[in-house]
Design a protein around this ligand. Sequence first.
Ligand code: PGA
Length: 263
Amino acid sequence: MQSYVTIIPMNKKLIVGNWKMNPVTLDEAKKIARKIKRASDSLVSVETVICPPFPFIVSCTSKNESKFFHMGAQSVSVEVDRGPFTGEVSATMLKEIGVKYVIIGHSEQRARGESDSIVSKKVKAVLDAGLSPIICVGEASRDEAGAYLDTLKNQIKQSLADIPAKFSSDIVLAYEPIWAIGAQEAMKNEDIYESSLFVKKVFSDLFGPDAGVKVKVLYGGSVNYRNAPDIIAIGKVDGLLVGRESVNAPGFVELLKAVDLLK
Ligand code: PGA
């Protein structure tokens, strides 16, 4: 008898679109989301996440549920649930509208005062609500002596301070060297490989070797449909955090398809 069981690769690449404060109209946001969702439905080895601005999340959510297309948010409150916190959005509220992932500690948020200690509180809030944090880390500059590795290590350790080990499999790390964000070119693939290994090593120091092997480490910083396949193949990362190219629907769709073709 013929089997109809679909074989889904275990090592799906996680591709996250960080829309930042784009686009301006709801109509445009819905169009971009629709195109990305449609393309992602035909992929076999990619899980797609889009992170629109808060007011657009619900309208960008597809009515047709999909196991490998999810909504994400770009930030969250340190407060898990509710209360007198004007302007804040809680992880519980995000869960209520179907969000699965939350970007935390993006350098653009850190530049506006989000410290490692705030990051770790947000990570805790997100995990307590049953969502997955995508924790951004990355050095502002590199030096010959390798002091940037200490910076990176401290950032990871402090951002994950007080996080119980039982949550380790729900955490995603995004390595984004700040100087490569919004730049002309991404970091060199070989350097991405080295850094992603380092990030996994620090994670395994915190949560054990098994967690270090399993954790998904993404790369972010000037990723587009042309460089994405090599970043994954040579940089050996588990996925990508994409800014500008993620609100350019044709480019992002190309990117998803190119990554899907990788073995
Ligand atoms: P970029 O942004 O792809 O536009 O460089 C990446 C990010 O900020 O996550």
